[in-house]
Structure formats: structure tokens, C-alpha cells
Design a protein around this ligand. Structure first.
Ligand code: BGC
Length: 443
């Protein structure tokens, strides 16, 4: 239960001029299927009974497709510098093509906000498959089409959202689309997404883009104890979540032992890594919480809404003594400082300027003081990382609107703006007012 003590009273430290304040959304979570949109793997997955906890679909979601003007007005009123949204590949592939995004980008620019599109946020067109290498080439073709149409108004681009989560949840554990339970046989999906990222960077460069990044999910991994078996399991988890996706992008190499597991001969993987390691202008980090990891315990584990099978070489443990969000995720702001300073130490000059492309939490209610406390703590933690010398250029809250939270349906509310999913009415929450003040004062 939040109390008045949870309300931040201390003055917020100053952020440098030009620091980018923003909010994030994704196409499948807010748009709805209206207009000419082809099917995606998420439509097929959602249609299978039992896949989405509340049995809902994203057919309407926030109906952003029809209400985007109202949503852009909310952005304008919020006063953010930038809006991160995603382009739906299945929509672009349909007869409607890029018309919707043309209108959206015009509206966002007219509101004085910078559009920051993500080119893939998990809604793969039905019929395509990340286990197939060719999907990477198809992605690059689609990216060229998007850049050709929007590049006159869009400066800042994001190739992929969280290939780690998409591999883990969608291909290894089967709790997200496309619903495969391949465990470690899912690794080709990771490699092909990373290749798609590299090819997309090249396609964007060919279209003249000079401000290109990726949004990778990362978090510190804490060993459950000093015991060598726990430490080893935690290192392995760090490799899976952090290093397997950051190393190739930032250094052009997989961590030791990982390249051999990827599809293709050693020569082919090495050639792909040249592409994957294309230099970026900035590196996007999505941060929610650290993970405490120990040796396997020989039993299934419930973690953040997901059942982890017993045969994994690690087990996820509770982080004790912390408030939990409605999703059950621990609130650990200093994890963000640790993550960023750790990345700086690990990657040194290879780490370009960082942008926090997602950070947020799920809580019910309009008077969402818990969310304010969460965001306040994380913005301060970010500032501490900057004081410690990490070059951070922006911070995007996940999310502007309550939305379709994947396998959780509409049960988790991450928005600064409440959406009534019956009437589709939007109501700014207390956190919206808090963030508006922060953005104003931040400047
Ligand atoms: C994803 C979002 C998601 C959020 C909260 C991130 O992993 O990029 O799509 O809604 O986390 O779960």
C-alpha cells in the first residue's frame, strides 16, 4: 500500500541540456488490427485457447490506429522530446503499406516531438520464422522500404526490441508467440535476429541514417550466494541475458563458447559477426529489475508470470526485502546504476552513448504513487550512473498507455495514461503529471 512517504520530496538532480525525455509503446500492444494489417505470429498465438491469461486478444487493444491523434495530443501535453513507437511489419506488408505511419509521423512531428520508430517489436508477419536465416534478409528489405518512406522526417531509428526476450519467451519457453519450447535449440532465432539487426543497420546507413541504435533488455545478475555453483549459474544467466546480445553488437564477437552453438560453419558465423558488429550511434537499454540466480534446484520455478522448466542449468530466486510491482517484479533502482557502470567497465570505448529505451512498472489505479516512486528512484539511479561517468543521452518510460501486455492480456497496467478497455477512454494518471513536471524541470 502506498503512503504519502512514497511520494518523492527531494529535488531532482539536473540533467544535461539536450537529454532526451520520452515514452515508448509498441504497435501490436496498442494499435489494434484495424486498417489493412496482415496477420502476425501474435494473432495466431493469441487465437490458441489458454495462451493469453485473460483470454483476450489485441484485435482492438487501445485502438490507437483510429485514436492516434488523441494519443499524440497526450504526448504533446506531456511535453516529451521523443516518442518511441514500433512499425508493424505485417501492416507495412499489407496493401495499406506505410500510410498509417506516414500520418502518425506527421502528427508526431507537428506536435514538436521526435518520432523514434522501432522496426521490430515481436509482431513477425505470419509465415516468417526467426529460425530461418532468410528472415534476416527479408527484414533488411522491409527496413529499406520503411527508411525510404519515413527517412525524410525520422532521424533516430531502433532496429530491434529485445531479441533476448523474444528468443527466450517466444522460442525457448513457448510463453510468447510463436509459442515454441525449444530451450537451447532456440539459439538460431537469436543469431538470425542479431544478423537482421546488422543488416538493418546497413540498410539504414544506405538510406542516409546517422542516428541508429537497438533496444536490448539487460539487468544485473546477482548470484544467490557465494557458493561456486550459484556463482557459476549466475554467470551463465548473465551470458544468456546480457552478454549473448551485447557482446556481438558492441564487439563483433560472441562470448567464449557461444559462437559454436550458432547455425552455420565457423567461417559463416564469423562473417555474420562482421555484420552484427556494425558500429552504432547509441545503445538502447531496457531495464526493469535485476535477477537473483542460483544453481538448479531440480524443480520448475514460477518467475515473473513464466514457468521455468527444471532442466535449465540455473534457477531464479526471490530478491527479498524489496517492494514488488503488481507483476511481482522487485523494485531495485540501484540495479540500473550497477548495470550501466558495469557495462561501461565491461565494454569501455566499445560502448557508444546509452539511451534507456524502456523503464517502467505495472500498477493498478489512477493515483499511482507506487509508479511515481518507481520512476523517481530509477531516474535518480540513472543520474548516479551519469555522475559516475556513463554517457547516457535519454530516458524513455514504458509506457505511454496501458496496453496489451502480451501473454498477460490486459491484466498488467504499465501506462502513464489509464485506458478503459471497454470504452477506450484515456485518463492521465498521477504519474503522467509527475513525469510532465520532471520533463519541464529537467530542461
Ligand atoms: C517489452 C514490452 C513489454 C514490457 C513489460 C518489455 O520487455 O519490450 O513490450 O510490455 O517489457 O513487460
Amino acid at each position: 500500500m502506498a503512503t504519502d512517504d512514497a511520494m518523492p520530496a527531494r529535488p531532482m538532480p539536473r540533467f544535461p541540456d539536450g537529454f532526451l525525455w520520452g515514452v515508448s509503446t509498441s504497435a501490436h500492444q496498442i494499435e489494434g488490427a484495424a486498417g489493412l494489417r496482415g496477420p502476425s505470429v501474435w494473432d495466431a498465438f493469441t487465437a490458441e485457447p489458454g495462451r493469453v491469461k485473460d483470454g483476450s486478444t489485441a484485435d482492438v487493444a487501445c485502438d490507437h490506429y483510429h485514436r492516434y491523434r488523441e494519443d499524440v495530443a497526450l504526448l504533446a501535453d506531456l511535453g516529451v522530446d521523443a516518442y518511441r513507437f514500433s512499425v508493424s511489419w505485417p501492416r507495412v506488408d499489407s496493401r495499406g503499406g506505410l500510410d498509417f505511419y506516414d500520418r502518425l509521423v506527421d502528427e508526431v512531428c507537428a506536435a514538436g516531438v521526435r518520432p523514434v520508430p522501432t522496426l521490430f517489436h515481436w509482431d513477425l508477419p505470419a509465415g516468417l520464422d526467426w529460425l530461418e536465416r532468410d528472415t534476416a534478409a527479408r527484414f533488411a528489405e522491409y527496413v529499406s522500404v520503411v527508411a525510404g518512406r519515413l527517412g525524410d522526417r525520422v532521424g533516430k531509428w531502433i532496429t530491434l526490441n529485445e531479441p533476448a526476450e523474444h528468443t527466450l519467451l517466444g522460442h525457448a519457453l513457448g510463453v510468447h508467440a510463436p509459442g515454441r519450447k525449444l530451450l537451447f535449440d532456440a539459439l538460431p532465432a537469436a543469431h538470425h535476429q542479431l544478423l537482421a539487426h546488422g543488416l538493418a543497420v546497413r540498410a539504414l546507413r544506405a538510406a542516409g541514417a546517422t542516428d541508429v541504435g537497438i533496444a536490448n533488455s539487460h539487468g544485473p545478475t546477482w548470484p544467490a550466494s557465494g557458493d561456486p555453483a550459484d556463482r557459476e549459474a549466475a554467470e551463465f544467466y548473465d551470458l544468456l541475458l546480457n552478454r549473448m546480445f551485447a557482446d556481438p553488437v558492441l564487439t563483433g564477437r560472441y562470448p567464449e563458447g557461444v559462437g559454436e552453438l550458432m547455425p552455420g560453419s565457423p567461417g559463416e558465423v564469423a562473417a555474420d559477426l562482421e555484420i552484427i558488429g556494425e558500429p552504432l550511434d547509441w545503445y538502447g537499454v531496457n531495464y526493469y529489475a535485476p535477477t537473483r540466480v542460483g544453481a538448479p534446484q531440480g524443480a520448475e520455478i514460477e518467475f515473473g508470470g513464466v514457468t521455468l522448466p527444471a532442466e535449465l542449468p540455473f534457477s531464479v530466486r526471490e530478491i527479498e526485502g524489496r517492494p514488488l510491482t503488481d507483476f511481482g517484479w522487485p523494485v531495485v533502482p540501484e540495479g540500473l546504476t550497477e548495470l550501466l557502470t558495469g557495462f561501461r567497465d565491461r565494454y569501455g570505448d566499445r560502448l557508444p552513448p546509452v539511451v534507456i529505451t524502456e523503464n517502467g512498472c505495472s500498477y493498478e489505479g489512477l493515483d499511482d504513487r507506487d509508479r511515481i516512486a518507481y520512476l523517481d528512484g530509477h531516474v535518480r539511479a540513472l543520474h548516479r550512473a551519469m555522475e559516475a561517468g556513463v554517457d547516457v543521452r535519454g530516458y524513455f518510460v514504458w509506457s505511454l498507455l496501458d496496453n496489451f501486455e502480451w501473454a498477460e492480456g490486459y491484466a498488467r497496467r504499465f501506462g502513464l495514461v489509464h485506458v478503459d478497455f471497454t470504452t477506450l477512454e484515456r485518463t492521465p494518471k498521477a504519474s503522467y503529471g509527475w513525469f510532465r513536471d520532471l520533463v519541464r524541470h529537467g530542461r
